[in-house]
Design a protein around this ligand. Structure first.
Ligand code: IPD
Ligand code: CA
Ligand code: CA
Length: 263
């Protein structure tokens, strides 16, 4: 049985508290699909409420830490070396459409390095968590990235830009070679869970552009602690700054780097 530190217990408990409200609201959203107004405003209220619960619970336990949260932005703490990076509802579009695949993502950064992570899926009751140097877990089970070595056998997760977001033409140039080389591409709409599933060996690789720090901070640590490699799309380590991510087991990370470089 995995032993969770006091810090992970605090982060996981905050996620579980926020999840109660989200689950209740998700039930309502399913009813609202048929209303003319749609569930849009209701979902933003659910999102904001979940962030409030997370910040309240985390502040109770670690009063001096700062925050970078999707809805309320950067809030420096008295302890300037620590900040929580929070996405109260990752997968808003799924939630809005009644698709039962979304998550709460919380990471802790210490002196600019990711040191702890929780990604909680309230519907499947899966708590993914990791601590720097101590491994990655789902509930009490240790995680390892997959051992697949050939792109031809690999299942790849991605995020596809939509509306006016991102560079559609550039994205399509990266998609085409992956379609040709692999067993398939999935777009599940929750970057934090894409990375958690990669850590769990369910997906073999993941790439996406134009992500925000709260979409990926927790997931990046999960992948690293499960033995995976993460980089930005240029091969550097500025994932939070550039918003681009390429993550995979080490063999497939190399293979995908070469594939993208050749496009
Ligand atoms: C989104 C999800 C999605 C990704 C988008 C994000 P949100 O976050 O992580 O997978 O493709 O770029 O914005 O808006 O649902 O919190
Ligand atoms: Ca998000
Ligand atoms: Ca969000």
């Amino acid at each position: 049985m995995a032993t969770r530190s006091a810090l992970i217990n605090v982060m996981a408990a905050a996620c579980l508290k926020a999840a109660r409200g989200l689950k209740r609201d998700f039930g309502e959203v399913e009813q609202l699909q048929v209303s003319v107004k749609g569930p849009g405003e209701f979902v933003s209220a659910a999102d904001v409420a979940a962030e409030r619960v997370l910040k309240r619970e985390l502040t109770k336990a670690r009063p001096n830490f700062g925050f970078l949260a999707e809805e309320s932005g950067f809030q420096p703490g008295r302890d300037t070396s620590h900040r929580f990076i929070v996405d109260p509802l990752d997968g808003t579009t799924n939630f809005l459409h009644g698709l039962p695949h979304f998550a709460i993502s919380v990471a802790l950064e210490h002196e600019g390095k990711l040191v702890a992570a929780t990604v909680y899926d309230p519907i499947k009751d899966e708590m993914f968590w990791a601590e720097k140097g101590l491994g990655a877990y789902v509930n009490d089970r240790r995680l390892r990235v997959s051992a697949r070595r050939n792109l031809a056998d690999a299942l790849i997760a991605t995020g596809i830009p939509f509306r006016d977001r991102g560079d559609h033409a550039h994205y399509l140039k990266t998609l085409a070679p992956v379609m040709r080389a692999t067993s398939g591409v999935r777009r599940w709409g929750v970057a934090s869970l894409d990375l958690a599933y990669l850590a769990a060996g369910r997906f073999d690789a993941f790439w996406e552009f134009d992500l925000k720090p709260w979409d990926i901070a927790a997931g990046l640590l999960l992948v690293r602690e499960a033995g995976g490699d993460v980089s930005d799309m240029a091969g550097g380590q500025d994932m939070l700054g550039t918003g681009s991510v390429l993550a995979a087991n080490p063999t497939l990370h190399d293979a995908l780097r070469r594939l993208f470089a050749a496009t």
